[in-house]
Ligand binder design. Sequence first.
Ligand SMILES: Nc1ncnc2c1ncn2[C@@H]1O[C@H](COP(=O)(O)OP(=O)(O)OP(=O)(O)O)[C@@H](O)[C@H]1O
Ligand SMILES: [Mg+2]
Length: 310
Amino acid sequence: MEKIIEIKKISRTFGEFKALNDVSLDIEKGTIFGLLGPNGAGKSTLIKVLSCQMRPTTGSAFISGLDVVSDKKDVLSIIGVVPQENSFYDELTVTENLRYFGSLYGVAVIDIKKRSHRILDMLRLTEKSSSRASTLSGGMKTRLNIACALIHKPEVLILDEPSVGLDPVSRRALWDTIREVNREGTTILITTHYMEEADLLCSRILIMHRGNIIVEGEPEELKGLIGERVIQITSTPGNYRSIIDRPDFPDSVSSGGINEKGLKITLKDEQALQQVINIFESSGETIINVESNRPSLEDVFIHFAKEEWH
Ligand SMILES: Nc1ncnc2c1ncn2[C@@H]1O[C@H](COP(=O)(O)OP(=O)(O)OP(=O)(O)O)[C@@H](O)[C@H]1O
Ligand SMILES: [Mg+2]
């Protein structure tokens, strides 16, 4: 594998508080890499370190072999950063913004022109090229924000929660955009709180919490870690607590907990389902509905939340 991002034992403290705790990670070139974790996990801090906006307290990180601290200028020329707040200028037009960001990165005027065409086409902004940025819709503003980060043809594009505030259609358009940028050879690092987005978009996922890495892998691999099937059982009268507490409740079944629909369980092997159903029946419960699904990334997130975070 060709590593494009290497993170070696990065820690970042704010006073006594450790926002990143000895994080080590390699990201392969060409990946769409998703960074997940609850509020305060350290995602933005890690992104700030990688994009030279914040120095690590200890440890080091490299992008394409360049040190994010000592080779800052060179690193900035090969990464594009899409911050959560729009970085373009409202009073400039779409094209003027690209020209401005291009010159900021030292891109030759002729290359800015060529590349602007390509980027506006890819981000479906061509029609708006002479519109003032302030007049764009929210989804278009997000795309312009990405366009500005792409003008110097970065090797790595870093996006911090780009889909916040987008409607479902714009969000899907954003995914297509990210996929297309990725197909052009750009490695993507993205943070998101939307599990479905991470699942559909990312080829690898990292879940972090309180500055620590909890788990990392391909989405399917992570789902396989928690079990084969997630079963949702609804019954009447619905004394789910007493069912979980029964001594004959199989150990191989991990309870995802009681929710508004009933009892959610994760099965490591499918035979255990019959055992659980028998327990429901011998407890005087009448089963109304059973849903069986492959674990979702949300199930993975919640599973590790329960195991590691309490
Ligand atoms: N400049 C700072 N000064 C003090 N504490 C900070 C600073 N920046 C971040 N922190 C703390 O570090 C922790 C991690 O913050 P960070 O912004 O990286 O979280 P996050 O994973 O991006 O969360 P969110 O999902 O809410 O964006 C938080 O507890 C935060 O309060
Ligand atoms: Mg953040």
